[in-house]
Design a protein around this ligand. Structure first.
Ligand code: LLP
Length: 419
């Protein structure tokens, strides 16, 4: 359920006509619905209310501080993967005691920053990272709360680029050998072992891989406890998929039921790192048609948003529905919807039945709230687009459209090229 709906043939975000925002601030822009963000967060979080848990929004999915503030206001935490994401989460008002830090390549500087901010835990992915964390924590005279990310070797049955829980992926420590790493860590003066973590992939459309992985984690935790290693936190990562097209992923409540059933009496605080399932269908990308063009074998609709604004179609061949902002009477036609970038790979949709469009028409690229703006770049020296949030009948720009000046910020013509 989301709040992008047609009223009298016009797409609205909650009570605001999308065309009105386009007329007032120009295109392209990302548009998020506050009601949808809140509703999706609650739909994920509430079914776990009966057990100790924490929902840490995966900041990488949608990093704007206004969005993070919505979840902080609902008692959510943050799953971060960089110092930059920590900075954002703190600026947004996320309680550091609700922040978990994932990722295979944390720098010592990032570790120190997170230690000083007293985050809930580091999800450590390798022995070398553990050694580095011990060293940094010792240098600061503090103790680092640690959970190891174990790799359960479970096939999430999703796109290869976003599978992470297979033995061949770069993530985590193999579950077979992780016990030894735990044993070593318990000997370290500045490491406090508190949990086990796991994230097997993204856009999963069935619960079975989650349950298979949880089954393996339970056995693993029991073995750790047998060795006297305490485990108080189990971080199950993110990954629950959404409907972009014809998928029928489990509802968050169904996912929660399956997890709660499998978890039994495991006496752990559960941590989740949902990203897409909360933000994906809470945001759209609004773009305007520049030109239409009939090639010898194809029709092209050239719009003002490109692969630099929304990378998913080019990068993963991902499907995003494309809908008219104002429903016309022109019917539909098969076309490629392409951007202005100088690459053949620059498309938002290929061979797709789309509304017949004319220059000036507005199109909505749906399900763009997760991994949309957060993956945008300045490629082709295109200023990044604005982000807008609607709450009921109000809208606010939550990130200004970049300017030409912002494109060259930090660039310098060195003295030896001057004069
Ligand atoms: N936790 C960890 C450790 C992760 O690596 C990720 C996503 C998440 C949580 C959140 O996963 P989610 O609930 O959003 O599925 N750019 C790709 C997705 C990459 C996901 C990377 N990790 C895309 O656009 O599909």
């Amino acid at each position: 359920m989301n709040h992008f709906i047609y009223k009298n043939g016009e797409l609205h975000c909650e009570a605001v006509p999308v065309a009105r925002i386009a007329a007032e601030i120009g295109t392209p822009f990302y548009l998020y619905s506050h009601a949808t963000l809140s509703q999706h967060f609650k739909a994920f979080d509430t079914p776990f209310a009966s057990i100790p848990h924490l929902s840490c929004f995966a900041v990488k999915a949608c990093s704007n501080i206004a969005i993070l503030r919505v979840f902080a206001g609902l008692g959510g935490g943050a799953d971060i993967v960089s110092g930059g994401e920590l900075f954002r989460a703190l600026k947004a008002g996320v309680d550091p005691a609700r922040i978990v830090y994932s990722g295979v390549g944390k720098t010592r500087e990032e570790m120190a920053y997170a230690l000083k901010e007293n985050i809930l835990q580091f999800n450590v992915e390798s022995e070398q990272e553990l050694d580095a964390l011990q060293e940094v924590a010792a240098g600061l005279g503090v103790v680092a709360p640690v959970s190891f990310r174990v790799n359960p070797d479970v096939d999430p049955k999703t796109h290869a680029y976003i599978s992470t829980g297979l033995a061949k992926n770069k993530f985590g420590i193999p579950i077979e050998t992780a016990g030894e790493v735990y044993a070593r860590a318990t000997e370290m003066a500045n490491i406090k072992v508190q949990g086990v973590s796991c994230h097997i992939g993204s856009q999963l459309t069935t619960v079975s891989p989650f349950i298979e992985s949880l089954g393996k984690l339970k056995i693993f935790i029991a073995k750790l406890r047998d060795r006297g290693i305490g485990v108080t936190h189990l971080d199950l990562g993110g990954g629950l998929g959404i409907k972009y097209d014809a998928e029928s992923p489990p509802l968050p409540a169904e996912y929660a039921e399956a997890i709660k059933k499998e978890i039994g009496d495991l006496d752990c605080t559960l941590i989740f790192e949902p990203g897409r399932v909360i933000a994906g269908n809470a945001g759209i990308l609004v773009t305007r048609v520049h030109y239409t063009k009939a090639g010898p074998s194809k029709k092209f609709v050239v719009v003002d948003a490109g692969m630099n604004d929304l990378a998913r179609p080019s990068l993963y061949d991902a499907y995003h529905a494309i809908e008219p902002v104002v429903e016309g009477s022109g019917g539909r036609e098969i076309a490629d919807v392409v951007g202005p970038i100088c690459e053949t790979g620059d498309f938002l949709a290929r061979d797709r039945e789309v509304p017949v469009s004319a220059p000036g028409d507005l199109l909505a690229v749906m399900s763009a709230g997760a991994y949309g703006f957060s993956m945008a770049s300045n490629y082709n020296s295109r200023p990044r687009v604005a982000e807008v949030m609607v709450a009921d009948d109000r809208y606010r720009v939550i990130r200004a459209r970049e300017t030409y000046e912002s494109l060259i910020r930090g660039e310098v013509i060195p003295d030896f090229l001057q004069g």
